[in-house]
Design a protein around this ligand. Structure first.
Ligand SMILES: [Zn+2]
Length: 410
């Protein structure tokens, strides 16, 4: 016996008498090393069968009737005709015990498979004989250490399939569902579904796995995240600064749709807003992400709104408008020799793509924006001097928005 089986809840004390037991095999009694079934047996090829485990305690098979109820019900549910009555089957069990001289401390495994098939396939109609009926009886005394120490129980984080998919009340020979679950617990980790429930979004977890920022391995049909990897991911997951409020909570008082607010934030029109997806918060409520804002700024926005003052995003281009200007800019793009363009975009150079453009264009001065969409001609030099704010975007602030407003007026 290995160390593994010592730790198993199904571990038992080695007993030399088990080497000599006779196995019931389709009505015959054979030594254990001769107890063989065909490779064409439906049980071998497909796990197509049902079984019961029975314990012999002081001459009695515990809950025999309940076990037989389940066996016949399971066999009926997959259309296996056991071909033996309850009395005949009970008799076979008793004969097995008698042949082996057992009256206490034994465990029996009664197995019924659909039987030998013409070929190994899934269609039950290819069976060519009666069901295979096997009874293995062995001495299985629980390990005294286990009895003394007891067993540590825990609730598995893995879930087997629901009864509509694979009903585990059917005591079938195929235990893949449960074996996967046990090996998953042995390897340790939590499922993506459970991680998603914890994080508030399964999509966020899947994204992290796809990006390679979160480790996961396949266990059976499940993707499992090792506990340490999950803890580390949670720890480094972006959280908003202490006390900041979710931008979407300003939706009602500002009288604006939350996805519009997020869009303004992404355009850099909401002063100081930061994008985060803190752990435990449902994933981005809109395509523009989940944004957080300093409570002071939030208070100022609300006060401005009540006083009827313009909001910082007032009159600013939105994504659709930006698509138009982006297209125009790309079409009319000035050659690299244009010094004005070079000054507008600064060291970072022109935007690499639309995303980059969206992040930088709205913050440009009006004159700079105008220059970028003017048709190119060699004479066009500094048609409209760009402001000094033409470089990569800095975090937006109220003062900057106001500055831009005054620059526009001037
Ligand atoms: Zn230019």
């Amino acid at each position: 016996m290995t160390d593994t089986t010592q730790g198993s809840a199904q571990g038992y004390l080695a007993d030399p008498r088990n080497e000599q037991v006779l196995v019931y095999l389709n009505g015959d009694f054979v030594p254990r090393d001769q107890a063989r079934v065909s490779v064409f047996d439906a049980g071998f090829g497909l796990g197509d069968g049902v079984w019961e485990g029975l314990r012999l305690h002081r001459g009695r098979l515990i809950s025999l009737q309940a076990h037989l109820d389940r066996l016949y019900e399971g066999a009926r549910s997959i259309a296996i005709d056991i071909g033996m009555s309850r009395a005949q089957l009970t008799d076979a069990l008793m004969q097995t015990l008698a042949k082996n001289g057992m009256n206490d401390g034994a465990h029996l495994r009664l197995m019924i498979t659909r039987g030998v098939k013409r070929t190994v396939n899934q269609d039950p109609r290819f069976v060519i004989g009666p069901p295979t009926v096997v009874i293995v009886a062995e001495y299985k005394t629980p390990r005294p250490e286990s009895k003394a120490r007891g067993m540590t129980l825990f609730t598995s984080t893995f879930r087997t399939s629901g009864p509509d998919v694979f009903d585990l009340r059917l005591n079938s020979h195929s235990r893949i569902n449960l074996i996967g679950l046990q090996s998953g617990d042995v390897l340790g980790g939590i499922t993506v579904a459970d991680a998603g429930r914890e994080a508030g979004s399964t999509a966020v977890v899947h994204q992290a796995i796809q990006k390679g920022t979160l480790a996961a391995h396949k266990v059976g049909r499940l993707l499992v995240i090792p506990h340490e990897a999950w803890a580390a991911w949670k720890a480094r997951h972006a959280a908003p600064p202490e006390g900041w409020v979710r931008l979407s909570t300003l939706r009602q008082p500002l009288g604006i749709r939350s996805d519009k607010l997020s869009e303004f934030a992404r355009m850099g029109y909401v002063p100081g807003a930061v994008r985060c997806n803190p752990f435990g918060v449902p994933g981005p409520s809109t395509q523009f992400g989940t944004w957080y804002i300093d409570p002071k700024t939030a208070g100022r926005l609300l006060a401005d709104r009540r006083a009827g003052r313009p909001m910082p995003w007032h009159g600013k281009p939105l994504l659709d408008n930006l698509r138009v200007t982006y297209k125009l800019w790309a079409q009319r793009r000035h050659p690299a020799t244009c010094a004005t363009c070079a000054a507008i975009w600064g060291e970072a150079g022109p935007p690499a793509d639309f995303e980059d453009y969206v992040a930088r264009y709205p913050a440009l001065a009006h004159g700079a924006k105008r220059h970028l969409t003017l048709p190119w001609s060699p004479g066009l030099t500094v048609a409209d001097p760009p402001s000094s704010r033409g470089g990569p975007p800095k975090p937006p602030a109220i003062s900057r928005a106001q500055h831009e407003l005054s620059a526009r007026k001037g």
